[in-house]
Design a protein around this ligand. Structure first.
Ligand code: ADP
Ligand code: ADP
Length: 235
């Protein structure tokens, strides 16, 4: 089954004369084990789409499926639980808690989901930390880490619950080329080797080239798609 899917998604902000149709009938398929990038001009609805898919925002109409669950039918409480268990987030601003160490930040979603790390989970966490080359930074607080390291801590935190879906909103926006390549390579590897499903908004054609498919948005609609993108084909 697809990891995530939307059907005829509409999102209207505000009302009357001031109403903005941020999404105007968007249907996307995010199959399990695929890395999808979303591109398009500023204001075309990319972030709104991501927020709806992740259950952070509720659409005005339409459906959002995460596995076999339709999010718009859930109570607020059930939605919060589904989000914590099934979705991981990476944002442009890392949103790390400054008083916690890197390790405590990474393990936070497990605590929020009331999950005590068992042996299997510890092994997974070790794998993620190794893959992101964070092993020697675990005891550091965010203020003692570079931007790239902080973004990798944020990515590790997003993956620690083994989410069905990883949602990334301009994850490389604040990174230099080297850190970007490290993070994107890690995301691409977790898609290929772990079957992780990733959807990422980006403005950067070279970041989009790591994806299996690029969806193009304009004016709240899906206006195109590029399979096996290269930095040139999505310029
Ligand atoms: P993108 O991510 O492609 O830049 P967004 O999804 O952020 O686009 O925005 C789509 C449209 O919705 C824009 O016109 C934006 O101004 C509007 N919008 C986004 N969030 C809000 C909000 N909370 N309230 C009102 N309008 C919003
Ligand atoms: P490795 O694990 O071999 O060091 P990388 O971290 O460089 O690999 O890349 C991980 C994955 O990201 C690769 O399997 C490849 O599919 C993809 N990838 C690496 N570099 C690029 C690139 N410049 N453009 C698109 N995809 C890339």
């Amino acid at each position: 089954p697809p990891a995530a899917r939307t059907l005829d998604l509409v999102k209207v902000y505000g009302r009357g004369e001031a109403a903005v149709r941020a999404l105007d009938g968007v249907g996307v398929d995010l199959p399990a084990g695929r890395f999808t990038a979303v591109m398009g001009p500023s204001g075309s609805g990319k972030s709104t789409l991501l927020h709806c898919v992740a259950g952070l925002d509720s659409p005005t109409s339409g459906e959002v499926w995460l596995g076999g669950t339709e999010l718009t039918r859930l109570s607020d409480k059930a939605l919060t639980l589904a989000r914590r268990r099934r979705v991981g987030f990476v944002f442009q601003s890392y949103n790390l808690l400054p008083m916690l160490t890197a390790e405590q930040n990474i393990l936070l979603p497990l605590r929020l989901a009331d999950r005590r790390p068992d042996a299997e989970t510890r092994e997974w966490v070790t794998g993620v930390v190794d893959a992101l080359a964070l092993g020697d930074r675990l005891a550091h607080r965010p203020g003692e880490l570079s931007g790239g390291q902080q973004q990798r801590v944020a990515a590790a935190r997003a993956l620690v619950t083994r989410p069905d879906l990883l949602v990334a909103d301009e994850p490389t926006g604040a990174l230099d080329r080297h850190s970007s390549a490290e993070l994107l390579g890690f995301l691409a590897r977790s898609v290929r080797e772990l079957g992780q499903t990733v959807v990422m908004v980006t403005h950067d054609p070279s970041a989009a080239s790591y994806a299996d498919e690029v969806l193009l948005m304009a004016d709240g609609r899906l206006v195109g798609r590029v399979a096996e993108p290269t930095a040139e084909s999505v310029l």
